[in-house]
Design a protein around this ligand. Structure first.
Ligand code: 9MR
Length: 450
């Protein structure tokens, strides 16, 4: 099939999907899921996932419809992955990862080094023995998942609460103040393609704790310690509300030259108050260019670690809450009722309809190269008509072998949209990427839209 025909087929396929879902057919119509709407803003929308719930079809139905990023809620923690020293168990985490890959969802890894949820044998270690065990743990786990993780929470919750502005006391901290940078350097060596994040709570606004994290990130950047992102957990309730300087705080970290991500969002409450809080958080991320995505800490209220606070976007039955609607709207998406749905009883069968006329698209690529491999991130920007489907032609240099890709399907040198990111509004963009062995050299992508 030549390129033109392939694109036409892709366009018709996208249209058929749109019709089947009863969503609007024009390229500038609002996206109808969190993941698709976020993708139109060049961002992901993720959720924490528990392996034991993957047999629940209501749960997986929402997961696959709405989310483009997955964080294992507990399955990658130290107690789960290395229950006894040197003996690694990846069963549940592997299940989540391979399922996500098959659904074109990316992974956030959580968490390599943390004072909590340590197995008993770690709790009993100290000094050099603990430091060595930590380095081995980071190496083994990051190597096991090498090429499969978009971003790792390398170190979680290492700073103290309260006004002191210092490190949290823990067995890891007592191995020496350099334990955090050692963990980051170790993770980089094991998986150079993964973004490496520091992740914490009560750092969502400017306060003594976030100031201390800020100083660490600044120090790491100045000394070349590898750090790519900071995660803001964003667990909110009436005692810990969304700070008024939330966006400003994200922005000041981004200004240090790191990505920022909202990593464990939940907001206790209900109705319009909760909806407004979710809108504010979502808008704050969109307003910060380097805020690359939002992850909520569970799907339904009943899935939450604090279920009684009903802090999530779907109720216990899997119905969308007001907070869902406000979040989707903030992302530029909308419900089918706000856009006229395409009639599925039109005379011609959907698959034979021509693609929507296009104003084309452009593609640019950025490369993170290291000795022996690279990650390429490709940005697809829609032209004046928006897109229903796109395909990027990107020849690779000889010797480069793709090991993993996300938010795209590949056929030879042609990289096409997946279900949730074909539709891009005029002037907006979405991103996909891949990891490869070898040397990227100069990559010259071309884009075609339908
Ligand atoms: O949601 C997680 C819950 O199932 C676990 O029992 C708990 C144990 O520590 O961890 C919860 O997730 C936490 C996350 O790993 C780190 N930030 C705070 C989260 C909520 O407690």
């Amino acid at each position: 099939m030549d390129k033109k025909r392939k694109l036409a087929a892709a366009g018709a396929g996208a249209l058929a999907v749109a019709v089947a879902l009863g969503i609007a057919s024009t390229a500038d119509a609002a996206a109808s899921t969190l993941g698709a709407a976020a993708a139109e803003q060049g961002r992901y929308f993720g959720t924490a996932v528990a392996a034991y719930k993957l047999s629940d079809s209501v749960y997986t139905g929402i997961l696959d419809r709405e989310f483009t990023m997955v964080t294992p809620e507990n399955e990658m923690k130290w107690d789960a992955t290395e229950p006894s020293q040197g003996s690694f168990s990846y069963g549940s985490a592997d299940q989540i990862v391979s399922r996500a890959q098959s659904k074109n969802q990316r992974m956030r890894g959580h968490a390599l080094a943390w004072h909590s949820q340590q197995p008993g044998w770690v709790q009993n270690l100290s000094g050099t023995a603990l430091r060595n065990a930590m380095v081995n743990h980071v190496t083994q786990v990051a190597t096991h998942y090498q090429g499969k993780i978009y971003a790792w929470d390398v170190v979680n919750e290492a700073f103290a609460d309260g006004g002191g502005g210092g490190r949290r006391d823990s067995n890891l901290q007592r191995t020496g103040n350099d334990w955090i940078e050692v963990a980051f350097r170790t993770a980089r060596a094991a998986d150079p393609g993964a973004k490496l994040c520091y992740n914490d709570y009560n750092t969502d606004g400017q306060n003594a704790k976030s100031n201390a994290v800020y100083a660490m990130v600044q120090d790491f950047k100045s000394r070349g310690v590898p750090i790519d992102c900071v995660g803001f957990q964003s667990h909110f309730n009436s005692a810990s509300p969304v700070p008024s300087d939330y966006q400003a705080n994200l922005q000041r970290f981004a200004n240090l030259g790191v990505d920022v991500q909202i990593t464990e969002l939940d907001i206790e409450g209900s109705g319009s108050t909760q909806a407004e809080n979710f809108r504010k958080v979502t808008q704050a991320c969109l307003n910060v260019t380097r805020c690359t995505g939002i992850t909520v800490w569970g799907i339904r209220d009943s899935d939450s670690w604090r279920a009684s606070g009903t802090p999530l976007l779907f109720d216990g039955n899997g119905n969308k809450k007001a907070a869902y609607t406000s979040t989707l709207a903030a992302l530029g998406g909308g419900s089918p009722t706000s856009n006229p749905p395409v009639s599925s009883s039109s005379s011609a069968p959907p698959s034979s309809q021509p693609p929507i006329p296009s104003g084309g698209c452009t593609a640019t690529v950025s490369v993170n190269q290291w000795q022996g491999g690279f990650v390429a991130t490709v940005r697809v920007t829609a032209g004046a008509s928006g897109t229903n489907a796109w395909a990027v032609t990107l020849p690779l240099p000889s010797g480069a072998t793709v090991t993993n890709s996300w938010s795209t399907t590949r056929s030879g040198n042609t990289w096409s949209n997946v279900s949730y990111n074909g539709r891009i509004a005029a002037g907006q963009y979405t991103e996909f990427g891949f990891q490869a062995t070898g040397t990227a050299g100069t990559l010259s992508p071309t884009c075609a839209a339908s």
